[in-house]
Design a protein around this ligand. Structure first.
Ligand SMILES: Cc1cc2nc3c(=O)[nH]c(=O)nc-3n(C[C@H](O)[C@H](O)[C@H](O)COP(=O)(O)OP(=O)(O)OC[C@H]3O[C@@H](n4cnc5c(N)ncnc54)[C@H](O)[C@@H]3O)c2cc1C
Length: 465
């Protein structure tokens, strides 16, 4: 016998809990199933704990450079990794327990703790229990991908999840993967005091970004003493006298890196392989992501997929926006769509990268005529005052409509500043609105209008320095 509900939500990630709140408040009988930690990746092994650790690393960096600001901080800077972990656990734990109690106390909501699997398109098993509903919402997220790599089965390795237990300072951390997660961990551990080598198979870091962004980020990391090994084809791992050796076979530099610990940061995979989706007939793509339409409906009527498991986003804000779309369409009589949103995210190295809209490469590919403006942070007084004049900002606009197509702000406050551009993009206003706005001095944002006064054609292969 199944227990029947109006709606069942799988996963207490970044969409499920809020959706449970809306559906339950609308008077539906709702079940939510979570197999591990309430809050999912973001709260437990992703955004919140990593950015808490980035903050600790930033503190170490500032103290190390205190003399530059005229502040005496005598002696070596040493980081107490146990305290760093305690602080991180406290902040993450507070958010997790708050969410868990909110859900467990919610009227009309029953929380199940266990692994959910489809029995049919309308029925799920959770341990010995059977639950049924006409509306099922998947918010099962993803996990670190562990690709077949020569020798990996013979050595211990860390992922973003097991990194959360590290309460010691690795002597030499080898990070395999030069994208968002690898760079954040790489820089923070360098600042904690580890030697760090980042090994990337491609010719440059974070290859989804434009080349000027990758190059500037490589410079920021190298200036802090991080070793970068690019073009690392055929990575092979082995043990070597109690250490870990990575054959990296790069185009330059020694063919081997020997470190004490290895972090794999080579991408994510969706948690859809153990859901019994075949029993429900829900279609997935070649990489296991649930196939959804623009309103997040799967191939089976009555089943939706939200968050990382649908491959339409890989961020907390995309997952939460999925919740907003589904809730608005189901409960508010609206027709909101995934394609209405503008790409936006940040990379939390220090200084951070804030991104909105398309990259130059995507704009060139679209064939539209575009103009670009760029400004080095070294020319931005606020960045100089703060002692971090690294990076740059740039905006690309459509030459005909004058609308902003894309922006990158790599520099102090970049994660926040980019929102002033993102919000204008949502209004679909021409860039001249920002250009004529009076901004506050001294800020980084005050240079955006000035920068827009220097728009030049976006060259087909590059852009002005
Ligand atoms: C190291 C790292 C740093 C990150 N930093 C950022 C950042 O700064 N900003 C940002 O926006 N994003 C960041 N992300 C990405 C962000 O964490 C994810 O995009 C976000 O958590 C996705 O949320 P979700 O709702 O899709 O699923 P998740 O948060 O992954 O939650 C899914 C939940 O479903 C549960 N579950 C899975 N299968 C089942 C099942 N069969 N039965 C029951 N329960 C199940 C899981 O236990 C989990 O709790 C980061 C990710 C990582 C790994």
């Amino acid at each position: 016998m199944s227990t029947s509900y109006d709606a069942i939500i799988l996963g207490a990630g970044q969409a499920g809990p809020s959706l449970a709140g809306r559906l339950a408040a609308a008077g539906m009988r709702v079940a939510l199933v979570e197999r591990k930690l309430f809050g999912g990746t973001c709260i437990n092994t992703g955004c919140i704990p990593t950015k808490t650790m980035v903050a600790s690393a930033h503190a170490a960096h500032v103290v190390r450079h205190a003399a530059d600001y005229g502040v005496a901080a005598p002696g070596d800077v040493r980081v107490d990794m146990k305290r760093v972990k305690e602080r991180k656990d406290a902040i993450s734990g507070h958010v997790r327990t708050g969410l868990e109690s909110w859900l467990k106390d919610m009227k009309n909501l029953t929380v199940y703790e266990g692994h959910a699997r489809f029995v049919s398109a309308r029925e799920l098993s959770v341990g010995a229990e059977r639950l049924a509903a006409d509306r099922i919402f998947l918010n099962v997220g993803g996990r670190a991908a562990v690709p077949a790599m020569k020798g990996l089965d013979e050595i211990p390795y860390l992922t973003n999840s097991s990194m959360m237990d590290v309460d010691f300072l690795p002597e030499h951390l080898i990070v395999v993967g030069g994208s968002y997660i690898g760079l954040e961990f790489g820089q923070m551990f360098r600042r904690f005091g580890s030697e760090v080598t980042i090994v990337e198979m491609g010719p440059r870091l974070i290859q989804r970004e434009d080349e000027d962004v990758s190059t500037a980020i490589a410079g920021i990391l190298e200036r802090e003493g991080i070793h970068l090994r690019l073009n690392a084809e055929c990575i092979a791992l082995s043990r070597q006298a109690g250490k870990i050796a990575a054959q990296v076979n790069c185009s330059s530099g020694p063919p081997e890196v020997v470190g004490t610990h290895l972090l794999l940061a080579v991408g994510r995979r969706p948690n859809t392989d153990d859901l019994g989706l075949e029993n429900a007939g829900v279609a997935v793509d070649q990489r296991g992501y649930v196939v959804v339409d623009d309103q997040l409906r799967t191939s089976v009527p009555g089943i939706w997929a939200l968050g990382d498991c649908n491959g339409k986003g890989a961020f907390t804000h995309t997952s939460f926006n999925d919740f907003e779309i589904v809730a608005a369409n189901l409960l508010d009589g609206e027709t909101r769509r995934v394609s209405d949103r503008i790409t936006a995210y940040a990379l939390y190295i220090d200084p951070p990268l804030g991104r909105a809209g398309a990259t130059d490469a995507e704009i060139r590919k679209s064939g539209r005529r575009a103009l670009v403006a760029k400004r080095a942070m070294a020319d931005v007084k606020r960045a100089v005052i703060k002692g971090d004049p690294q990076g740059f900002m740039k905006i690309v606009v459509d030459a005909e409509t004058k609308r902003i197509l894309g922006a990158a702000v790599l520099g102090t406050g970049g994660d926040e500043i980019v929102h002033s551009i993102l919000d204008v993009m949502y209004t679909k206003a021409p860039y001249t609105v920002v250009q004529r706005a009076m901004h506050i001095h001294p800020t980084v944002s005050e240079l955006i209008p000035t920068m827009l006064g220097n728009l030049a054609p976006l060259a087909s292969g590059g852009h002005p320095g």
